[in-house]
Design a protein around this ligand. Structure first.
Ligand code: TMP
Length: 212
């Protein structure tokens, strides 16, 4: 039995990750591919507790940027060991709502941790594990944030200033350009066109595997 594939969907708040995941699910179902869904931070009972910690606005003390960084990777470590790797080994595909690229963009770009620090902590956590394909939904942070605000109830990170999101966005774009396993989708297009682009990317990925 061949191992499963790890497809990750990435992007800033309001980029349309949830509906993009629906598109990917439909394609995998059409191909009869078994899959599980994950989200980060979170995805296991312990990692979900870490997610609550990282998103909460209720803390009675400041959550430092170092703690935020380490909580993201602690969550990822739990998810990788207890959910992603067992599923892939069992031949199931995994659709990930965010993964390491989010830390590179938010903690690396947004909080300003340098590439060397990010690389080291990522290596300790992931030991070279990488998604097979990442779909990055690119959206101007002004548009994305206004969509997220319209949904209501912003979490601790969503309450950051616009300059933070501009740094996150720039880092996402920079990293997406450097890595050919990251497909950038223009999420500012009308929804049917965004979905068509996602379908195309996923179908091409599946066709390539069939050929291998
Ligand atoms: P979301 O899954 O609802 O988008 O919320 C997750 C939030 O956490 C979002 O603001 C992005 C942020 N985040 C990071 O800052 N670093 C990370 O590594 C991950 C996975 C998420």
């Amino acid at each position: 039995m061949s191992t499963g594939k790890f497809i990750v969907i990435e992007g800033m708040e309001g980029a349309g990750k949830s509906s993009a995941i629906g598109v990917i699910e439909r394609i995998l179902n059409q191909h009869g591919i078994e899959y599980i869904n994950t989200r980060e931070p979170g995805g296991t009972p312990l990692a979900e507790s870490l997610r609550d910690m990282v998103k909460s606005v209720e803390h009675k003390e400041t959550l430092t940027v170092e703690t935020e960084l380490l909580l993201m990777y602690a969550s990822r470590s739990q998810l990788l060991a207890n959910k992603i790797l067992p599923a892939l080994t069992a031949g199931k595909w995994v659709i990930g709502d965010r993964h390491d690229l989010s830390s590179r963009a938010y903690q690396g770009g947004g909080r300003g941790f340098d590439e060397a620090v990010m690389g080291t902590i990522s290596d300790i956590t992931l030991k070279g594990f990488r998604p097979d394909i990442t779909l990055y939904l690119d959206i101007d942070p002004h548009i994305g944030l206004s969509r997220a605000q319209a949904r209501g109830d912003l979490d601790r990170i969503e309450l950051e200033k616009m300059e933070f999101f501009i740094r996150v966005h720039n880092k996402y774009r920079e990293l997406a350009e450097q890595d050919e396993s990251i497909i950038t989708v223009d999420a500012a297009q009308v929804m049917p066109k965004v979905h068509l682009d996602i379908e195309k990317a996923v179908n091409e990925f599946i066709a390539k595997i069939d050929l291998d």
